[in-house]
Design a protein around this ligand. Sequence first.
Ligand code: IMP
Ligand code: MG
Length: 399
Amino acid sequence: MVGLQWGDEGKGKVVDYLAGSFDAVARYNGGSNAGHTVVIGQRKHTFHLIPSGALKGKELLVGAGVALDPVILADELALLPDETRRRLVVDGRCSLVSPSDKELDAALEELRGTSAIGTTRRGIGPSYAMRALRLAPRVSDLVAGFDFDPLNRFYKKLDVDPSGLIAWAEESRKLLGGLVGDVAGRVVDIAEKGGSVLFEGSQGSLLDLLHGSYPYVTSTHTTAAYIPAALGISPGLAGKPLGITKCYTTRVGGGAFPTEEKGPLAEQIRSIGNEYGATTGRPRRVGWLDLVALRYSVGINGAKEVAVSKLDVLSRVKEFKVCIAYKHQGSEVSDFQAALGHLGEVEPVYETPFSLHGANFGSGLPPEGKKFVDYLEEKLGVNVALVSHGEERTSTIEL
Ligand code: IMP
Ligand code: MG
């Protein structure tokens, strides 16, 4: 399951919905910057690190590509039934996120001033950077013992206080007790026994470190191709990607957003769609569906199957439009890759082929919904496999 936009496409809800037909759910990228929301009846669960299959009783795997914050993992586990812990395996090769990484994340954002990325300040960028510098402890290093001296010296050079690291490491070692294992090995075992694993992506393709709207991106890879690399399994085991998009677009943090809408209409969509960050509570920026960006995401993921979410939100909004191309210096651009260098300067070209206003999902896919599905299938060359029209598991239509 991969997000085709800038995150918050509804992955959590759909992963929970689909998890019933899998043996395990695995996270493979990102960290506690993710906020995956699952609503069951009156209860809302937000998962930052625990895979969204938690409420379906599935085996829960956290793969090597995840930046692991043991304190947040423990806080999250504490909110779930005790037996959840027995179903959870954290790969020993995961990088850790330390309190110093969070301090550095905040300090870097301050330094950037008006060009701040708008990170979640969860220490994700610094944790992955430390891994690339070969200074970060892995989960298995906490168990085996780790020489913190080089890391301490490095942090001191950056004017970050590392004095709490030893106590944090000791506490984290206890919190992770009994959870550490070989996630890659588990995935292979499950596959060899004829079972299946749902790979739950975090963030969205346009936040990918290499292929997204750099530098306004996250610090890991978010496309389907990263699944095998991040978990440590063969590409052949990764299966087929299911992309997910909202019927409009949102973005949290800085960076260009060609179809962004501002003013009362944006406020209306934000309020109906409850578009506030699940991790930071920030209001999400909202805008229209962007087919230029989506075609690109579908392409880089090789997504033939797509889920669309939040159709209920636009059923309550009179306006509806879709961006079909960009205008840049007088000429039309329909290639997102070509526009990436000047995404802040393009003007969207819109069309309103139909509207979702008034669509009623009470008894299956209404005519407005069908038009939208047909339109997306034609414009993106994909099969729309699932429509989500509300937070509840029951507000889901499989096609
Ligand atoms: P970081 O991942 O905290 O470093 O933040 C980098 C950028 O990615 C910021 O614009 C964040 O708002 C965005 N971001 C990170 N995680 C998520 C997510 O789960 N949903 C939406 N945006 C995210
Ligand atoms: Mg989210």
